[in-house]
Design a protein around this ligand. Structure first.
Ligand code: TXA
Ligand code: MG
Length: 350
C-alpha cells in the first residue's frame, strides 16, 4: 500500500487535505493524525471492517478496545447509551482535552471498536487538526496511538512514518504532541468513578469535580494474578524500546552515584549505556550516552519528551537504558506509570 504523507500547518490548516483525509476515513480507510496527547491511527468507529484494519496495522491484541473520538458535545449521545452525571460534569470541565470517559455504548458503535465490551471510551481532543478531521469525516473516529503495538506512542510524524508507512492510507503531520503521554482514561460506569490510566488530567483535577475518584490500584503496580488492571490495554507490556530499561529510584545524590557505578559495570561487559537524565543532572554522568528529558521544575516537559527519548535510544543502538525517577504526584503519576511499564517494573531502590 502506498501511504500518502502530508504535513499540515496547525495554525493555517489546509482544508483540502483535511477533506481528502476525512473522505478516506468515511470510505473505510486508515489515517494517522496528530492530537494533543500522542498521534492517533483513525478509522470510522461505526464500521467494523475499517476498524479491523487498525488492529492489523498495529499488530494490536483483539481484546484491547479503542477510544472513540468526537468533535462536538452533541455527538456524545450518538455513541453513548447513557451519560452518567459524573461524565457530564467532567466533559463540561475538561473537554476538549486529554481525557477519555468510559460509558455504556450504543449498538451503532461496532463491537470490534469496543473489543466486545458493552462500554466505550469517548474523547473530544483539543488539537485543531484532529477536530477538523473528525468533522470532515462526519463520523466518530476510533483511534489508538499510532505506534506498532508495544512500542512507545509516537509524538511526531516521523515516528508515525517509522511505524506505519506502507500499512495505512494517509499520515497527517502536525506539531509535536503537546502532552506526549496518552489521555487520562476514567471509568464513569461505576460509583465512585475510577481512573484506569493516568494522564494530563490529574487525580487532583478530577477530584475537584468528583471528590471520591480514585486510581485503579493495579495500574501503578506490577501485574499480579490478584490485581488486574480494569483497562484491557494496561495489562500488556507497553511503551518499551528494544533496549531494556532500568529505573533507579531514591535520593538524588545516591541515584547519580548508583547510575555511574552501574555504567562502569556495563562498560566492563562491553555494553553501550544510555542514561535518561534531566537538565539538573545531565552533566553528572560520564562514559554513557546521556539524554535529558527536560527540567525537573516542569514535569510537563518530562512527559512531553519521554516517549521520543526512549525511541531515540533505540536509534543509537544502546544495549541498556538507565533512567532517573520522578515524584508520583500530579502529572508525575502518568510519567511514572509509563516509565515503570517501559521498564517492565525493573526498579532499583537506592
Ligand atoms: O490520548 C489518547 O487516548 C490516544 C489518542 C490517539 O487519543 N489514544 C490512545 O489509545 O491512547 P490506545 O488505544 O493506545 O489506548 C486506549 C486505552 C487502552 O488501555 C484501552 O484498554 C483502554 O484505553 N480502553 C478503551 N476502551 C475501554 C473500555 N471500554 N473499558 C476499559 N478500558 C478501555
Ligand atoms: Mg496505545
Amino acid at each position: 500500500m502506498i501511504t500518502k504523507i502530508v504535513r499540515v500547518d496547525s495554525k493555517n490548516i489546509d482544508n483540502d487535505i483535511i477533506l481528502e483525509a476525512g473522505k478516506v476515513i468515511k470510505t473505510g480507510g486508515l489515517v494517522a493524525f496528530p492530537t494533543e496527547t500522542v498521534y492517533g491511527l483513525g478509522a470510522n468507529a461505526l464500521d467494523g471492517e475499517a476498524v479491523k484494519k487498525i488492529f492489523a496495522a498495529k499488530g494490536r491484541p483483539q481484546d484491547n478496545p479503542l477510544i472513540v473520538h468526537i468533535s462536538d458535545f452533541e455527538s456524545i449521545d450518538k455513541v453513548a447509551a447513557c451519560v452518567p452525571k459524573s461524565a457530564e460534569k467532567l466533559a463540561e470541565k475538561f473537554w476538549p482535552g486529554p481525557m477519555t470517559l468510559i460509558m455504556e455504548k450504543k449498538a451503532i458503535v461496532s463491537d470490534i471498536t469496543s473489543a466486545g465490551l458493552s462500554t466505550i471510551g469517548i474523547r473530544m481532543p483539543s488539537d485543531e487538526i484532529a477536530r477538523e478531521l473528525i468533522k470532515a469525516a462526519g463520523v466518530p473516529i476510533a483511534a489508538p496511538s499510532a505506534n506498532i503495538s508495544g512500542l512507545p506512542s509516537p509524538t511526531d510524524i516521523e515516528r508515525c512514518i517509522d511505524d506505519l508507512n506502507g500499512k495505512v492510507d494517509y499520515i497527517i503531520g502536525g506539531e509535536k504532541s503537546e502532552f506526549g503521554l496518552e489521555s487520562t482514561v476514567i471509568d464513569c460506569t461505576t460509583n465512585p468513578i475510577c481512573i484506569l490510566r493516568p494522564g494530563a488530567i490529574t487525580l487532583e483535577m478530577i477530584k475537584s469535580v468528583e471528590k471520591e475518584a480514585y486510581i485503579d490500584p493495579a495500574v501503578m503496580d506490577k501485574p499480579k494474578d490478584n490485581l488486574k488492571p480494569k483497562a484491557p490495554g494496561m495489562k500488556y507490556k507497553h511503551y518499551a524500546p528494544k533496549a531494556p530499561v532500568k529505573i533507579i529510584e531514591g535520593d538524588f545524590q545516591k541515584t547519580i552515584e548508583k547510575i555511574n557505578e552501574m555504567v562502569q559495570n556495563y562498560i566492563g561487559e562491553g555494553k553501550k549505556v544510555g542514561i535518561m537524565a534531566t537538565d539538573e543532572t545531565k552533566d553528572s554522568y560520564k562514559n554513557a550516552l546521556v539524554m535529558s528529558l527536560g527540567t525537573r521544575k516542569d514535569i510537563y516537559s518530562i512527559g512531553k519528551n519521554l516517549f521520543e527519548t526512549l525511541r531515540s535510544f533505540d536509534d543509537k543502538s544502546v544495549d541498556i537504558i538507565l533512567s532517573e525517577s520522578f515524584e508520583e504526584s500530579g502529572f508525575g503519576v502518568a510519567v511514572m506509570n509509563r516509565l515503570n511499564k517501559s521498564a517492565g517494573f525493573d526498579i532499583i531502590k537506592v
